[in-house]
Design a protein around this ligand. Sequence first.
Ligand code: WT7
Length: 640
Amino acid sequence: MSYPHQITSLDDYKSTYKKSIEDPEGFWASVADNFTWRKKWDSVLNWNFTEPKVEWFKGAKLNISENCLDRHLETRGDQPALLWEANDPEEHHRALTYKKLYEKVCQFAHVLKNNGVQKGDRVCIYMGMIPELPIAVLACARIGAIHSVIFGGFSAQSIADRLIDAQAEYIITCDGAFRGAKDIPLKSVIDDALIGIRFVKKVIVYTRTHTPVSMIKGRDVWWDDEIKKVETLGLHDFEPEEMDAEDPLFILYTSGSTGKPKGVVHTCGGYMVYTNYSFVNVFQYQPGDIHFCTADIGWITGHSYIVYGPLSAGASSLMFEGVPTFPDASRFWKIVDKFKVNILYTAPTALRSLMSYGDAPLQDSDLSSLKVLGTVGEPINEEAWHWYDQKVGKGKCPIVDTWWQTENGGILISNIAGITPARAGWATLPLPGIQPVLVDEKGIEIPYKEGETASGNLCIKFPWPGILRTTYGDHERCRQAYFSAYPGLYFTGDGALRDSEGFYRITGRVDDVLNVSGHRIGTAEVENAINMHAGVIESAVVGYPHDIKGQGIYAFVIYNGREDSDERNRKDILATVTRIIGAIAKPDKIQFVTGLPKTRSGKIMRRILRKIAEGEMKNLGDTSTLLDPGVVEEIKSGKL
Ligand code: WT7
């Protein structure tokens, strides 16, 4: 047994699960015993889901970077902590041992300190997928600053909104980022975001693409220059800041059903315990394994399963700068062979995209190093699951279908590789400590009875260490969004089926949130962006099934005057959405309409629009409350 809290058999899972429900505090305390604490906790758990308040390991002192780095130096100092594959396959890969990563994080922690960053300060990180990104993340954690990573695809406007919400006075960025054939000018996007923002004190810029950038005197500094100053002084260590278990570790923004993204807050102690526990269990990581999570660190999957989960477990974590189809669709498989990857964790959308190229891109790859495959981000369709199983795993690798959310910190429902049964399209069983429940429309719990199936809205009734603590700067919003729909329960926003054995299948969001290529996008956010366009009077956005993306974005738009061509207006609206949110939120289809289906009280009937977008024209459901049924006929006839 390689980790003391690693589940080793189906019986072990069953008894561990039972213990975790009967004595959650005893269970999580025994897991938490396997970490480095400067001081142990006074109490394991204090909670209520009404305020809500959740505190794990209250009174304990620790630093998560000490757990990810220092404690491995003696045992695994010369093993790779981070491996990195560049966007360009010709560029040499990088390997940072635990010793090297420790030194780099310590040096950058000095840089942060020299530039005025203090414990509790918010630091925005807007970088491409290069090792300096996790280095920046861990250096923030080391000095106790709260990092907020923003995905490189977000626009200047989105960055500005997040900077203001978090009151982040420090930014770490790159001149640019390489992604496939593209070269994204990150620093110039930051410059745009900062027009009008006065409170940002320092911008630290790492050189990656050699894209020309302009630097503001006194505000902008070069990463390399700052590191040289530290090196000159011979500084290789940095004493980690002692953090309370409940001090915030990071903020990560995510979309909800209202217009404004929420800053999900995770704390140091519980998040560390939960990401580590879920990592070693779900993937059954064994020392020496190469773990390749293809997510971007701009999303929670990258935070938890590239950085904190693997590194806290002393694992070797491979990160990739590029995209699966560059220079061609064999890229993932070449990377797997090159690094002898043992665990591959990716998204159904990536699999569907690669599947569309046929089997040829796989032909020259061996893939025999693979032991475990994983998926995350959206429901996986059976066709993609079987393709993954047969063509990638050659029928011998368990596939873990991991269901969880930004707010959860780590995986909540998933099979455990090779230990609990897998089933195509099913996330299956909860991890120890997780108590899922299904509730009906009225909020009544549908209790599990052996042999009975059920469907309902998915809630969780007991806290786990990785649950969000608040939404930054607005606790009421956290209560509203997650704890008010069903009092006493955490509501996920997802619908689910439960079969006669208690297995869960997640069917998708039941709120106005879309899942486009595994990215969460609120319809209200997209509508707000479309409505910014001068020609737009009103719009309504819904999702529709999309072969590759899972869901596509369908926008119904009332446009003022048609003096320009529809094509031009469409392009213009897309440019507006890209400018306001980012290219990931661009509608796939824009249909111009003269009216939207509304109730007499003026509410848009999205249900009807969704049906039309899905092409289910005959079965629109109850339309009796419609103010003007003629509108629906017009929309139907103009469907794209
Ligand atoms: C939403 C959370 C943290 C994972 C990355 C996305 C959907 C996630 C699955 C899965 C079916 C899934 C849910 C969830 N989702 N994993 N295995 N099967 N649906 O994180 O952006 O916070 O989105 O992604 O709808 O609510 P996120």
